[in-house]
Design a protein. Structure first.
Lengths: 463, 58
């Protein structure tokens, strides 16, 4: 019996929707969208974009009617993206690179007489640290006239980038709080006074907000009026080119954080670091890992070791500046299977959107077969007061082989955390208590004490 | 023919996207405003508006 499941986040455009058939990723197109696909396939830019991976692989397939959730004129099959992520989990440079990809594809489409019907940052996904555009149904034959995805582009790409580039405010929580992005009127309120004169703000925020407030005619009428007044494809291209220049020039103001230099400033001895890397390489030797999570990944050094085996690694850390630096270094070194994500593990991404199913919770997007929790437990247990049994039970709920580090209370990093809390607050934070708790949920396969004498590594298999 | 898609681009946002195109876009927006202004005072437009009004009241 085949299993057909419609993607809960793919309902907004009725002419193109994604469904899963026995694990395959398929997209059903109605007649109009199928004609758009034919036009798209005939362009010169699209086959190139498919070949270089800037759009998700897509090819027409034949599927029996009985296996379709409804009638379609055409069905495409896409590759499966290893791990779905959302813009509120990306870093500044990731969102900017995704925006550049979107604009470059839009410009190429306009040059070919096509356009894109939206401008949503959620339409970009990642193969490791490389962005790919997934919403093939977004391309349609051009009708001339204004850039219809401009508002959505501003709300979900440009405005979040501006917040961080101009004000140094991390954008992630704004996108997490509102999946449609930041409204022009909200941005206008944030960028009042002299902030209005920061690069790109007057035109794309202030005038945009004023126009939105004052123009009350329906969109169809305005589109026709603009066309009659001479707005054609050339002006649409000019608008996209100017946006591309603006976005490419944006740089995060959040250039530094305490965690970025953690590896250099922390108390690790070289011997500890080498022993830890050696241990992890031994654990990975001969192991086949399809999906691994590195929780509290910092600069991603251990993610890279796991990634050497070829599986996909999700490198998660709470510090966006550190994760951004990791992203840049992964790109520079051409590491293709580590996806860096920004997330506070004390408040991981929940399910969001319509009926709470449109965007999945972080923990519902595919179970890992390996979890790294290196130098993490003391942050949760001491830094955030999570009881030790809760930490272990949470790790077990994720599943997969666990590689975990316990930092003892006399370690300088643990001492630093303990110094900020009332003495005697964590009487159970001891290695024997941790090991006993671990043994309740896992079979401990291997234990290694690092040479520094305050840290122990465990490899544990779920019971 | 309706040429809008599944997404409401926002009428004000379309004007703003024209302005975002630079000087030529601003000219188009002014021309659009001028056309409306001319249309508003032109006898032809006034007649059409009056006829539409009569039809509504009948």
């Amino acid at each position: 019996m085949s299993s057909v499941v419609e993607e809960p986040g793919s309902f907004r455009d009725p002419s193109s929707s994604v469904f899963y058939l026995d694990g395959r990723v398929l997209r059903g197109l109605d007649e109009r969208a199928a004609d758009d696909w034919t036009a798209l396939s005939a362009t010169t830019f699209f086959p190139k974009a498919l070949a270089d991976g800037s759009v998700v692989s897509s090819e027409p397939v034949t599927v029996a009617d009985s296996q379709l959730p409804r009638d379609y004129a055409l069905v495409l099959e896409h590759e499966r993206i290893p791990f779905i992520s959302y813009p509120y989990e990306w870093t500044f440079d990731m969102l900017r690179d995704a925006a550049v990809l979107h604009l470059e594809l839009l410009l190429a489409a306009l040059e070919a007489g096509l356009t894109m019907k939206d401008g949503y940052s959620f339409n970009v996904q990642w193969r490791g640290a490389t962005p790919t555009f997934i919403d093939i149904g977004s391309f349609e034959r051009g009708t001339g006239g204004p850039w219809v995805g401009y508002r959505q582009f501003c709300q979900t790409f440009l405005y979040p980038l501006m917040l961080e580039a101009h004000l140094g405010v991390p954008f992630q929580r704004f996108l997490l709080g509102h999946l449609d992005g930041i409204e022009p009127t909200e941005m206008r309120a944030i960028f009042g006074g002299r902030r209005r004169w920061k690069k790109g703000v007057f035109k794309n925020v202030y005038l945009h907000s004023v126009a939105e407030t004052r123009v009350t005619k329906d969109s169809e009428k305005v589109r026709k009026d603009l066309g009659k007044a001479g707005f054609g494809d050339e002006l649409a291209k000019a608008a996209v080119k100017k946006m591309l220049k603006l976005v490419r020039g944006l740089r995060s103001k959040r250039a530094d954080s305490g965690w970025k230099a953690y590896r250099e400033t922390c108390s690790y001895s070289d011997a500890d670091r080498e022993a830890k890397e050696k241990f992890l390489r031994e654990v990975m030797a001969g192991r086949v890992t399809k999906l691994a999570w590195d929780l509290g990944a910092n600069d991603g050094i251990y993610s890279r070791i796991v990634a050497e085996q070829g599986g996909c690694v999700i490198a998660v850390d709470n510090d966006d500046v550190t994760v951004n630096a990791m992203y840049r270094s992964l790109r520079a070194d051409g590491i293709g299977n580590v996806l860096p994500l920004v997330m506070n593990l004390m408040d991981p991404s929940p399910a969001r959107g319509w009926r709470g199913t449109e965007r999945s919770a972080f923990t519902d997007r595919g179970a890992p077969d390996l979890v790294l929790a290196l130098a993490l437990v003391h942050h949760l247990a001491i830094g955030s007061n999570v009881p030790l049994p809760e930490v272990v039970s949470w790790l077990r709920s994720i599943g997969g082989t666990l590689v975990v580090e316990f930092v003892e209370p006399h370690d300088p990093m643990a001492e630093r955390l303990l110094a900020n809390k009332r003495a005697g607050l964590f009487p159970d934070y001891r290695i024997d208590a941790f090991e006993a708790e671990l043994a309740k949920h896992y079979t401990i396969e291997r234990t290694v004490a690092l040479p520094g004498g305050s840290r122990t590594l465990f490899v544990a298999e779920p019971r | 023919m309706h040429i809008l898609g599944y997404l409401d681009p926002g009428s004000g946002s379309m004007i703003a996207s024209a302005i975002a195109a630079g000087f030529a876009g601003v000219v188009v927006v002014f021309k659009m405003g001028a056309r409306r202004a001319v249309g508003f005072v032109s006898p032809k437009r006034r007649k059409a508006a009056s006829e539409a009004n009569d039809a509504d009241n009948s």
